[in-house]
Design a protein around this ligand. Structure first.
Ligand SMILES: *Cc1c(COP(=O)(O)O)cnc(C)c1O
Length: 486
């Protein structure tokens, strides 16, 4: 949603509208001698030429490094309070075969929440024992598949699910590891958290009933309650909300742990990243230590052993590793009341490839990607091509004044929740994802063509060849070197 203020309070006109803030761009991002953005050793111009735009680009080394750093941070924090940790990559941020391989090779498990995500994780070779399966309305078929695949832990989200999971496990002749999702009443984002007695949301059982429901789970021979689970929000910049939530959860954890061993505690994901450079999340090492310390202190107060910890970061691993390339089509200056002019820079994608701005009022950073310019920075709003005035990709940033049709631009930190939320609004084919590393680019997820869209239309597909189709605009580039699927 466009902000009410013409210019958001945090936004400052940059001294240099070509600069790439290191906190926002993939670690390999830089400009070459011609001023072109280079990611993973490949220039944006080359990527755009080979694969077309819009294009999702993921820096493989950066994603792998973030996964490894996340694991190391939590391992160090856990060790400092005498325990250990499992870190699951939250697949909903962006799940594909390549990404499952990167995160599992870094030593992470995978967190999934549907049969489709489970299928990708398994097909990519993730160890089922290191998969967690959550969700507030898993179908019986999904639960059965997870049990049969040997998924390590299933997160029970409601009382109704207890029997479903217990029955599926009993039918499969297994003892299924489960966690119980508890709503701690803490909802956190960025610098703040809200702590209420009852959070009004669909996920999890209430804190007051956690012991009773946990005890009920323990009554089933086919279930093994390994611990409580909670997830307090997203885009969180420090440990305060996690610590508050952990303290609340530990009351129920301790009571259950006094009745029978309760070896683990899963505090979910939600670790924030910088979208504009004004975002300043604390280093993950500091957040991890803050959480581990709060858990250890709480356990000491309650007189119970410190459980093994678990976390589920998604965005913080894949978000900053991704950028999206677009081509500018039109530029329209609009005078703002008593303020500067805003230039609407319309690009060839929009809410079909990145719906976060329209959906959450998310902020992003945009830069010229095919060249630099020393023209004065102008206030811009990057808009998409969809028939919707809320179709905004970047609400407010600055680009050099001479930005114009044909310019290649890059939007930073689009690795999480962009491809995974992509849609076909206005019959726009979904775009491919290219991984870059050491000067090489390869398609890791194919794009769609207009033929793909037509083939799903039962009426048009049935009349088959009688429908005349022009060769789709992008059929030659949407998969390009990756080879088009049949
Ligand atoms: C969304 C979600 C995550 C991941 O959140 P990020 O903000 O991407 O780290 C982890 N666990 C659960 C249960 C979630 O719903």
């Amino acid at each position: 949603m466009a902000s009410i203020q013409p210019v958001p309070g945090w936004l400052r006109a940059p001294d240099d509208a070509n600069a790439l803030a290191p906190s926002v761009w993939p670690s390999s991002a830089h400009r070459d001698h011609d001023g072109r953005l280079v990611v993973g050793g490949v220039s944006a111009a080359e990527l755009a030429e080979r694969f077309g735009t819009p294009l999702y680009v993921v820096d493989e080394s950066d994603a792998r490094a973030r996964a490894a750093r996340m694991l190391a941070a939590f391992e160090a924090a856990a060790a400092s309070v005498g325990t250990s940790v499992t870190v699951y990559y939250a697949g909903k941020a962006f799940l594909s075969g390549a990404i499952v391989r990167w995160v599992t090779e870094a030593g992470l498990g995978v967190d999934v929440c549907t049969g489709g995500e489970l299928a990708v994780a398994l097909a990519a070779g993730a160890d089922p024992a290191r998969i967690g399966f959550h969700g507030n309305n898993k179908s019986v078929a999904e639960i059965e598949r997870a049990v049969e695949a040997g998924v390590g832990t299933i997160v029970i989200d409601s009382e109704i699910e207890i029997d479903r999971v217990a029955d599926a496990a009993a039918r499969a002749g297994r003892v299924q590891g489960v966690r119980l999702r508890v709503n701690s009443g803490v909802h956190a984002s960025t610098h703040e958290f809200l702590a209420t007695a009852h959070e009004d949301q669909k996920f999890g059982v209430t804190l007051e009933r956690a012991v009773e429901i946990g005890t009920r789970i323990r009554g089933f021979d086919s279930l093994d309650l390994v611990g409580l689970h909670c997830h307090i929000g997203s885009q969180i910049f420090d440990s305060a909300g996690f610590a508050e939530s952990a303290e609340r959860l530990l009351v129920a954890h301790a009571e259950l742990a006094r009745l029978a061993p309760l070896p683990e505690l899963n505090l979910g994901g939600g670790f924030g990243i910088a979208y504009p450079s004004a975002d300043e999340p604390a280093p993950i090492e500091q957040i991890a230590l803050g959480i581990a310390t709060a858990v250890a202190d709480g356990c000491r107060d309650h007189g119970v052993p410190v459980p093994k910890l678990a976390f589920e970061p998604g965005r913080a691993i894949i978000g900053p590793a991704g950028v999206t390339l677009y081509t500018v089509g039109t530029v329209k200056p609009v005078p703002l009341d008593g303020g500067p002019w805003r230039h609407y820079v319309s690009v060839d994608g929009g809410m079909s490839d990145n719906i976060r701005t329209a959906l959450y009022g998310a902020d992003y950073t945009v830069r010229l990607a095919g060249r630099v310019s020393d023209e004065t920075p102008s206030l811009v709003r990057v808009a998409g091509k969809h028939c919707e005035s809320g179709d905004i990709v970047v609400d407010a940033d600055y680009l050099p004044h001479d930005v114009g049709p044909g310019d290649l631009v890059a939007v930073a930190a689009t690795g999480a929740y962009c491809w995974s939320l992509a849609n076909n609004y206005n019959h726009v084919p979904r775009r491919p994802v290219v991984a870059v590393r050491d000067g090489m680019a390869r398609v890791i997820v194919h794009g769609e063509t207009e033929d793909d869209l037509l083939s799903r239309d039962a009426e048009l597909a049935a009349s088959g060849s009688s429908i005349e189709t022009e060769s789709p605009e992008r059929s030659d580039t949407s998969d390009a070197a990756g080879g088009a699927p049949a």
